[in-house]
Design a protein around this ligand. Structure first.
Ligand code: 0X9
Ligand code: ZN
Length: 444
């Protein structure tokens, strides 16, 4: 009898225990019917009203640009506050245009375009493994996952042992490896000037890591074939960190496509710090928020994040040789010159602008895309604690730029951060052209 009872109870207990110990799965964040709207403030009163709205505690609006006089600002408005927001805006004479009616459908479209089937059904109705290569064998032109980037870096460095070496600069908060690739003829000698590229510090700006990957691939596969590549690899060592915020990047793939920050735990049940506000340059100044839930929260102190500490330490250990520092972001099509944290211009502003303008000109020759060169306070908004400002002001690297890549702006039906995979290569090709010019123009 007891055996019979156990026979019945045991499976039940197992199920109950399994249910109890199963990790609580947070569902992926969705944006059904959320709107992306654009407003164009033309008075200070309107800018102030927008700033108030941005800091509104319960509305939780995600401003994709910071409000600035006579500049368009795109705002992601959750559906449940849409009516309230339009009312608030119309009170100060702002009438938003609707760029995207259903943000989730744009995210879904992007996801669908990225999916590769594991099998195909052939004409006999039989499933067979498709002839497609596993994704991690070729991630150029793809929005790859962090682990795919990791193994791809190792593989490509193995293929070009005399030209490339992969090293870790440390771990992210959740323990992911941050891999840096050193590329260049005789890079082991550690004597040449360095071009440093950091990409993906903002999780949702997927085109940035993808462009770094294209650049790595271009340098390695065209050495000895393309004279321009050959010369730039003979003259410089390229140190490229394609995934500078691995936890945030993964989270943007698996849980929330619009995640921007790191994934460290903050007070008030909030997560993440804006790593591009976390460097020790005018920390907590312009363009930051004291609200830990904000997307521009700089953290409790400069370098509170493992990711920014790792970047700082790697940069400092090579500072003497780094002649050009680049930070890859999206979107707006800009080459940002220093400084981002203040309207005061560096003493070599003219030279920095000359080189950036030359970059813009060559970029345009590839696909006709127009970029603008200038400082964030002049073109966007002031923002302190950014990596390129720190690289210039503290690490003493003369040429420091931030790229804001495609698209130029969020357009009707297409979001700014959500860019079709088919634009990765054209974007990377034009950025490459500007890199060649900038690397050629800098004086060191
Ligand atoms: O706000 C930022 O960090 C950058 N724009 S983004 O849309 N990619 O988030 C601009 C960074 C410019 N750099 C600094 N202001 N330091
Ligand atoms: Zn960014």
């Amino acid at each position: 009898m007891a055996g019979r009872i156990m026979q019945v109870l045991f499976p039940l207990l197992t199920v109950m225990l399994a249910v109890k110990s199963a990790p609580i799965q947070t569902p992926r964040k969705t944006y059904n019917m959320d709107k992306l709207v654009r407003v164009h403030p033309t008075s200070l009163e309107q800018v102030v009203a927008l700033e108030k709205l941005q800091n509104h505690p319960s509305m939780k609006l995600d401003f994709w640009k910071v409000p600035h006089l006579n500049t368009s600002v795109d705002i992601h408005v959750p559906i449940h506050v849409y009516n309230d927001v339009t009312k608030h805006l119309s009170r100060v004479g702002l009438h938003p245009s609707l760029l995207i009616n259903d943000l989730q459908s744009v995210i879904d479209q992007e996801q669908a375009s990225m999916e590769i089937p594991d099998y195909v059904i052939n004409s006999f109705g039989v499933m067979s493994i498709s002839g497609l290569k596993p994704r991690n064998s070729d991630i150029v032109g793809k929005y790859a996952r962090h682990s795919e980037i990791d193994s791809w870096l190792i593989n490509i460095a193995d293929q070009y042992p005399t030209l490339a070496k992969v090293e870790s600069i440390g771990s992210s908060h959740e323990g992911r490896d941050m891999k840096l690739i050193r590329i260049g003829k005789n890079n082991e000698a550690r004597t040449k000037p360095i071009i440093w590229i950091e990409a993906g510090i903002h999780a949702r700006e997927w085109v940035a890591p993808a462009t770094a990957i294209y650049t790595i691939h271009k340098l390695l596969t065209e050495y000895g074939i393309n004279p321009v590549v050959t010369q730039l690899m003979d003259e410089f060592d390229w140190l490229i960190l394609p995934s500078a915020n691995p936890d945030g990047y993964e989270y943007s793939h698996t849980m929330d496509r619009l995640w921007r920050k790191t994934r460290s735990r903050q007070s008030g049940r909030c997560t993440g710090v804006d790593p591009n506000r976390n460097f020790d340059i005018s920390f907590g100044g312009a363009g930051t928020s004291t609200n830990p839930c904000s997307d521009i929260y700089p953290g409790t102190s400069a370098f509170s994040e493992s990711e920014t500490r790792n970047i700082r330490d790697a940069l400092l250990s090579e500072r003497a040789r780094i002649k050009l520092f680049l930070s890859f972001h999206a979107y707006s099509q800009l080459i940002l010159t220093p400084y981002g944290y203040t309207s005061i211009k560096p003493s070599d502003n003219q030279e920095l602008m000359r080189v950036a303008e030359a970059g813009v000109a060559s970029l345009k020759t590839i696909h006709g895309e127009m970029y603008t060169a200038g400082t964030p306070p002049d073109l966007l908004y002031a923002a302190s604690g950014g990596s390129y400002d720190w690289a210039k002001s503290v690490a003493g690297i003369q040429y420091a730029y931030t790229y804001e890549m495609r698209p130029a702006e969020a357009s009707f039906g297409q979001s700014g951060f959500i860019l079709s995979e088919s634009e990765i290569i054209p974007n990377a090709e034009e950025v490459w052209a500007s890199l060649v010019t900038i690397a050629t123009e800098i004086q060191y």
